[in-house]
Design a protein around this ligand. Structure first.
Ligand code: ASP
Length: 451
């Protein structure tokens, strides 16, 4: 059994968290490959090391002293090292980083130092080998990960014992350090899991898994015990902030389960993410819906043109206008002769009027309008497939609670139903869906237990 374990920033925020990590790793000898983020926030008022490093870089760029910021970072690492009685030579490490900062350092190099230093301390504390991600994770010149080369370099560094690899960065073919997008340590973990053919990729964070709905909106939502990769993709696209989107592909390819776990509650089983939960689940998943997610602040452009539905290529022509302005369209609900195009307001607001005038000149619509303040909600669930009555229930619940549906869309795979409501109804709509599909379902099950 091989487990790749990735610890997020909150799991390595201070010495106390390092102790929890050590307990988790030593409790299971199959946890041999450890990937770490940079130290995260210790408290609400604290700052993530990566954020501080980006700030230092901005100070260098504007010629302002970065010392007070850099001292905060230094203090964090020195405190962890001293409290855990480690020997890592931080004087040497910081002196080297400082010398580069004076000479001119690349942004990627500087912001990668959070993971690098956390990895160094963690490796010493666990008694594992430290493998610098610059010597393992290899990018091609197009910025994609070179799996073959990474595999080769990883094998060279694997010894008998465990290994700690900093997340978030790697090196270009010429050795120059390159970072991934924010939250990229999830990707590093997934790449390592793929290459070592892990039995499971454990992603340790500060929540006990993925919840059916956002706990800031729904009081005490249920934890999702199991979710498929496809469901997760639907959830995270619309805002459920669980895992870096690109972390799914390397593990999905080899059908390696991802287990989201809580460093502060290691006995909680967390959420399992898998391609498929088998035949029994296919015929009877736990609930019709797996999760509810959503996001506010979309703009919807609606265009009506008599007989447009009979015009071949009209949809392509309209979409090309959005493409010209590099605006990503999230969803295109349509009825006869009427099309709605939904985009995030922040992505379209700067060119909205240009797009409207281009559409007017190109299509000569009878009606063309744009509305803001739309929220999209996705009701996601592999259990909805071929189960009549789900959308009926949803619509009647919205009706009973006077929530007006502006748009609605579902594709034939029946994996999710997307509804658009006004921003002001967003939270209420999510709570309604949760009550109807989860709370009510649980109550029915409970009462049938007594029958
Ligand atoms: N430390 C990086 C960030 O804050 C990467 C990571 O934690 O995954 O985005």
């Amino acid at each position: 059994m091989i487990k790749v374990v990735k610890f997020g920033g909150s799991s390595v925020a201070n010495a106390a968290q390092f102790r929890k990590v050590k307990k988790i790793v030593s409790d299971d000898p199959s946890r041999m490959f450890v990937v770490t983020s940079a130290c995260g926030k210790e408290s609400h008022e604290d700052h993530k090391v990566t954020d501080l490093l980006y700030l230092c870089e901005a100070h260098i760029r504007y010629g302002v002293s970065y010392e007070p910021l850099f001292e905060l970072i230094e203090k964090k690492y020195r405190t962890i090292r001293d409290e855990l009685h480690l020997q890592t030579d931080l004087d040497k490490e910081f002196a080297f980083i400082r010398s580069l900062m004076k000479k001119g350092v690349s942004t990627d190099y500087l912001v990668s130092r959070g993971e690098y230093l956390t990895g160094k301390l963690l490796a010493e504390y666990l008694g594992f080998t430290f493998a610098d991600a610059a010597d393992v994770i290899s990018f091609r010149y197009d910025g994609e990960i070179d799996f073959e080369r990474t595999d080769m370099r990883l094998r060279e560094r694997c010894g008998k014992g465990g290994i700690v690899i900093p997340g978030f960065y790697g090196a270009m073919p010429n050795g120059v350090i390159r970072v991934m997008s924010r939250g990229g340590s999830d990707i590093t973990g997934a790449v390592i899991a793929n290459l070592v053919n892990a039995d499971v990729y454990e992603n340790w964070t500060d929540v006990s898994g993925i919840y059916v709905a956002d706990p800031r909106i729904v009081n005490n939502p249920l934890r999702i015990p199991g979710i498929t990769y496809n469901e997760l993709r639907q959830m995270s696209y619309l805002g459920a902030d669980v895992l870096h989107d690109d972390a799914v592909f390397p593990v999905k390819e080899k059908n390696i389960p991802i287990n989201i776990r809580n460093t502060n509650g290691p006995d909680d089983p967390g959420t399992m993410i898998l391609e498929d939960f088998g035949e029994a689940d296919r015929t009877c998943p736990p609930h019709a819906i797996t999760g509810i997610t959503g996001r506010k602040d979309y703009t919807v452009i609606t265009l009506v043109k008599n007989h447009a539905s009979a015009e071949i290529g009209i949809l392509r022509k309209m979409l090309a206008v959005f493409e010209d302005y590099r605006v990503s369209i999230e969803c295109v609900p349509s009825t006869v002769d009427t099309y709605s195009f939904i985009a995030r307001t922040e992505n379209i607001s700067h060119c909205l009027y240009d797009i409207l005038s281009r559409l007017r000149d190109l299509i000569h619509p009878d009606v063309l309008k744009a509305e803001d303040n739309l929220a999209l909600i996705a009701v996601v669930g592999r259990g909805m497939k071929e189960k009549p009555g789900i959308s009926g229930k949803l619509l009647s619940e919205f009706g009973a609670n006077t929530i007006n549906i502006k748009v609605i869309s579902q594709t034939a795979d029946e994996l999710s139903i997307l509804v658009g409501v006004m921003n002001r109804d967003f939270e209420k709509a999510i709570r309604c869906i949760y009550d109807k599909f989860i709370t009510e379902d649980l109550t029915i099950r409970k009462s049938s237990d007594f029958d």
